[in-house]
Design a protein around this ligand. Structure first.
Ligand SMILES: [Zn+2]
Length: 582
């Protein structure tokens, strides 16, 4: 038979990464994993179409030369003895690890949202510096269009933040949220500031848990191929391993350096994820008190942890329910099934969390908005939820932490858009591409969409998408965002029905936001209008009072949230808001 015509090039390639962190070992071996990432033609760096690894170290002012030609799969044998340690010692692997994790995170978002995703800046390629400086810090810089990863001396040699799965995914998520919801970095309520951090942690942790190697280690790091004991799989045991177990491991590595409280390094050490996040999660028992009334949990990082704890609680709940079904009355359970279920659930929950972004209001987001968005977006693509009971589990877990859906409908889903909208003067075909046409639609329907008549209004994005459900079912949607901005003086608040915060000078210039996400179906009908109205006096009041009391409005009121500052704040464990934060 003749040779078949040349096959199309593969769409994916498999690469080795460090599964969680070099400190996580089994039998002395660093836990490695293979993941699939989009295949592409790379230049030395690696440099691809969305990511540009530049190994420049600002501390030593050195630019390291990448291997040429690029060979990503130089380390395929995950199980070979001592491989992990050889990889940690190989800077070329560091570059691959960070490239692979950023591309994986991007492709997760693109799969979940059913379209290409832009970074939060002009341009296509995010720069990544895997050894940016000698400091225990890592952050996304929207000024440099870059992710910067530091390194620092630890107990057993140098610690590289670019080798920590969750640090890399966390930073990448900041760059992605910034592209999807740029207004989330405007000064707003305590929830919005917390959302950026909390959501980045949710994506990071579920991304780690979606690796079977990590799941296996969570439930059993000793037993090799034997069946699992059912006692390891109870809800409480799972909760311990998910929230406590991993933290113990990483925590013990870092705590060794914790003894000298005065060297200034201690605080920075805390930044390297693992410890700060999970040690505080450990104390975060489900209770509505933290969210509703605790002063401590008004601070952005602490508040973000409530979101993380609620999502992890839902994860444990879903997993333990599946395991209970698997176990039935047997004493032992097939280990590969148990592991697969855990990894699949993490993956499913993560996809659902990402999809929620499209269904969340573009300004002044609250955790309750996120919950309603998650429930509604999930139902659109996965109408049947009997296998995992994801929506019920998430609702129950959020409720335990005092978070109710923002939508007051019985199940917390967003209400469908009004049926009485006028489509007669707009063309849906243009609306799928053209922000002026979407604005035309918004303008024609401004009263029914409850827009503020005097505010500056702008359609900020128009995004056609096609999402694929678990059953191969495709969902076509066009997602648009508009914002409304009003810039009154404090003395004019009265006329808007808002009380001027005590002590605020009358000539203080303020910015108030409103806006909505418009979700059109494949026939061009509006399915959902998810909005926070500019005229919502209560929300504006809460926001202004919070920003004024916390000092965030004392300086320049339009300054945006700086993520590097946020991280440094987490690093130094400064819990107070100060004016330079914003
Ligand atoms: Zn962050």
């Amino acid at each position: 038979m003749a040779e078949p015509p040349s096959l199309p090039p593969p769409r994916e390639r498999s690469v080795t990464i460090i599964a969680q962190d070099p400190s996580v070992r089994i039998d002395g071996e660093i836990l490695l994993a293979r993941i699939n990432i989009p295949a592409e033609r790379l230049s030395p760096g690696p440099v691809g179409y969305r990511v540009e690894v530049v190994d420049y170290d600002a501390t030593s002012d050195t630019l390291y030369k990448p291997a040429s030609p690029v060979r990503l799969d130089r380390w395929p044998a995950v199980k070979s003895r001592g491989l992990g340690d050889r990889l940690v010692a190989d800077p070329e692997f560091h570059r691959q690890n960070v490239y692979a994790l950023v591309m994986k995170t991007l492709s997760r978002f693109e799969f979940a949202l059913g379209r290409r995703i832009n970074w939060g800046f002009e341009g296509h390629q995010l720069k990544i510096a895997p050894h940016a400086f000698s400091e225990a810090n890592a952050f996304y810089s929207d000024q440099l269009n870059a992710l910067l990863f530091g390194y620092f001396p630890g107990r057993d040699g140098m610690v590289f933040t670019c080798l920590s799965h969750d640090v890399v995914v966390h930073e990448t998520t900041h760059a992605l949220i910034d592209g999807l919801r740029e207004r989330y970095r405007e000064p707003s309520s305590p929830d919005q500031a917390a959302f950026h951090e909390g959501f980045a942690d949710v994506v990071a942790l579920l991304s780690v848990f979606s690796l079977p190697a990590v799941v296996e280690r969570m439930i059993d790091s000793t037993n090799g191929d034997k069946p699992l004991k059912t006692s390891m799989l109870t809800r409480e045991a799972l909760r311990k391993s998910v929230i406590f177990g991993l933290g113990e491991q990483i925590g013990s590595e870092l705590r060794a350096d914790d003894t000298d409280q005065d060297d200034g390094l201690d605080g920075d050490m805390q930044l390297v994820r693992g410890l700060p996040l999970r040690s505080s999660l450990r104390d975060l028992v489900p209770s509505p008190e933290h969210y509703e009334s605790s002063e401590e949990f008004r601070e952005a990082h602490r508040r973000g942890e409530i979101l993380v704890a609620a999502m992890l609680t839902a994860f444990v709940e879903m997993w333990s329910r599946r395991l209970t079904a698997l176990i039935a009355d047997r004493q032992r359970v097939d280990r590969s099934r148990a592991i697969e279920e855990g990894a699949d659930i993490a993956d499913c929950l993560l996809t659902s969390a990402i999809r929620a972004l499209d269904y969340a209001p573009p300004v002044d987001v609250t955790f309750g908005d996120f919950l309603s968005a998650l429930l509604t977006a999930d139902r659109e693509i996965r109408p049947s939820d009997t296998r995992y009971e994801l929506r019920a589990s998430v609702t129950t877990a959020f409720k335990a932490f005092g978070i109710d859906p923002a939508s007051r409908t019985a199940d917390g889903f967003w209400k469908p858009a009004p049926l009485t909208l006028d489509y007669s003067r707009t063309h849906f075909d243009s609306m799928r591409r053209d922000s002026d046409e979407v604005f035309h639609f918004v303008w024609e329907n401004r009263e029914r969409l409850k827009l503020h008549p005097e505010a500056f209004t702008r359609v900020e994005s128009v995004r056609p998408c096609m999402r694929i459900g678990a059953d191969g079912f495709a969902l076509h949607e066009t997602v648009c965002e508009y914002v409304q901005i009003l810039e009154p003086l404090a003395s004019e608040l009265d006329s808007l029905g808002i009380r001027k915060p005590p002590g605020m000078p009358g000539d203080k210039k303020l910015r108030l936001f409103g806006g909505g996400a418009l979700i059109f179906d494949e026939y061009g009908r509006l399915k959902y209008h998810v909005y926070n109205r500019l005229r919502s006096v209560d929300r504006q009041q809460v926001r202004l009072d919070f920003l004024w009391e916390s000092g965030a409005l004392r300086g320049e009121s339009t300054a945006r949230l700086s993520l590097s500052r946020m991280h440094l704040r987490r690093a130094t464990r400064t819990r107070k808001y100060a004016e330079e934060e914003w």
